[in-house]
Write a protein that binds this ligand. Structure first.
Ligand SMILES: *Cc1c(COP(=O)(O)O)cnc(C)c1O
Ligand code: SF4
Length: 473
């Protein structure tokens, strides 16, 4: 306030022509308009395997699905001429150690800048390289969100009072290295045996019956796997079954699809019509049905994405985005701001930016809570409030989503962050661990000794006001 009073006593600069009153702003910095600069043209032709692919073919979602590479050898063969042999060897070794199945769309492959594969944000999400892998934090688990603990029937997680997560299938149009649900999604890999989810309309009935039996449920997230993989008739079936339940008021279909295969929205009219039909039927019933998607990098958004999202916009379908904060993908304030502004520009509302879940095998992608706090501060104020995402930590152990700044205690030295969630799990504390390699060598050393580590964790919980004897899950 004082600053403002002082400013008023300043002499104002002489007003120049065209700005008769007030101060004139300097010309806009081009970086402020970069979000409108979408990749144009037939950019895929730079990839040898797609050199002769015309626009109609590249935009065909069936072609994209058919040509998606489904194992490491296929992928490496596609990029062989593009990347140098040492990168290929590094990726080959990376795949051997990865806990995820492989699936990458031609669109995603074409969106990668193969001149700089190591620093490319899309490469980083889908193609592991052994040389970058880091040792896991000693406290990581596979189902870090404990979705299985809050699961009353297969394929349904009921953690919050009025909303539930329905997982009707376990396949995706791509497989992300960082997937939270690597405990269930995709095929079994050399390292991990997957937990079965419900997969057929017959299997889904138990979830529908459960939802119908719980009057407090109003909001269902249909995730997966990925709603892109639902045939149009099953998307309709799920939508109608849920709309038929009187207490269900809100539904969201969640899909990574628009980020890695936007053309489906242009050429799979049956799928778009099924989604639009559920949205419209919902509207007549006074129920809100929207699409949630998952862009992580501004480079994922091209002219094709803009046209694809416009199809949904013109049909009145609201699209929101959930990103994951990842090192080397979007953990830079300028990159995050560009992502947020570019999403807003194509009419996608940025909703959440999650801390990377504490899953195994992707330690080099995680960032610290401090990084998230800094980026949040930078991004807030750069565009409309309703287009400014909430930065959150989905508290490991089932605490649910917490505003990143809302920790009860943060031991920055040892990278221990304590959250509580009074309306989700009253009386409990939930802990997030910063990645080890962001800590000092001394702090890293302390984690090597289990007794010391347990004492550090107990101390952080006590500082947060919790019971010192509380043992984290
Ligand atoms: C994220 C999530 C939801 C939806 O939460 P919102 O904050 O409303 O987006 C519902 N159930 C589970 C288990 C979730 O993880
Ligand atoms: S699309 Fe979603 S559910 Fe599928 S692998 Fe990626 S993050 Fe996991």
């Amino acid at each position: 306030m004082e600053v403002h009073l002082e400013a008023q006593t300043d002499t104002y600069p002489v007003a120049t022509a065209g700005a008769p009153s007030g101060r004139r702003k300097p010309p806009v910095d081009p970086i402020e308009l970069e979000h409108r600069n979408l990749r144009q043209g037939e950019f895929w032709r730079a990839i040898p395997a797609y050199r002769d692919v015309d626009e109609a073919t590249f935009l065909d979602h069936l072609w994209q699905a058919r040509k998606s590479v489904k194992n490491a050898d296929e992928l490496l063969a596609t990029i062989e001429e593009l990347a140098d042999p040492s990168f290929i060897a590094d990726a080959r070794e990376g795949f051997k150690r990865a806990p995820m199945s492989v699936r990458v769309s031609p669109y995603a492959i074409a969106a990668i800048d193969w001149r700089k594969p190591y620093s490319d944000p899309i490469r980083t999400q889908f193609i592991p390289v052994a040389s970058k892998l880091r040792q896991d934090h000693p406290r990581l688990t596979l189902d870090s969100l404990h979705e299985l603990d809050d699961s009353p029937v297969p394929g349904l997680t009921h953690r919050y009072v009025d909303k539930a997560l329905f997982l009707p299938l376990n396949t995706c149009p791509v497989y992300c290295r960082f997937c939270t649900r690597s405990y269930a999604i995709g095929l079994d890999t050399e390292m991990v045996d997957k937990v079965p989810l419900a997969k057929t309309p017959k299997d889904w009935q138990a979830a529908f019956d459960y939802i119908a039996s719980r009057p407090e449920l109003e909001d269902i997230v249909i995730s997966g796997g990925d709603a892109y993989q639902l045939p149009a008739k099953n998307l309709r079936l799920i939508g109608d079954a849920l709309l038929d339940i009187p207490h269900i008021k809100r539904m969201r279909f969640a899909t990574k699809g628009p980020a890695i295969m936007p053309m489906k929205l242009l050429t799979d009219t049956a799928w778009v019509d099924a989604l639009a039909a559920v949205v419209e039927r919902g509207r007549t019933l006074g129920k809100d049905v929207v699409l949630h998607t998952h862009f992580n990098s501004p480079n994922e958004i091209t002219w094709i994405t803009q046209q694809a999202i416009d199809v949904l916009f013109k049909r009145g379908i609201v699209v929101r985005n959930q990103s994951v904060l990842m090192r080397g993908v979007n953990d830079d304030p300028e990159v995050m701001r560009l992502l947020v502004k570019r999403l807003s520009y194509i009419n996608v509302h940025p909703y959440y930016v999650y801390m990377h879940d504490m899953v195994r095998g992707v330690e080099e992608l995680r960032t610290s809570v401090a990084t998230s706090c800094e980026i949040e501060k930078f991004v807030r104020g750069s565009t409309a409030g309703f287009n400014t995402p909430l930065f959150i930590c989905d508290a490991p152990g089932g605490g649910g989503k917490r505003d990143i700044h809302s920790f009860d205690y943060y031991d920055r030295e040892n990278g221990i962050v304590v959250y509580s969630a009074p309306s989700v799990k009253p009386g409990q504390h939930f802990i997030y661990f910063d990645p080890l390699d962001t800590l000092s060598p001394e702090a890293q050393g302390r984690w090597e000794d289990k007794v010391t580590a347990d004492a550090m964790i107990a101390d952080a919980i006590e500082q947060a006001g919790g019971s010192p004897t509380y043992v984290p899950a």
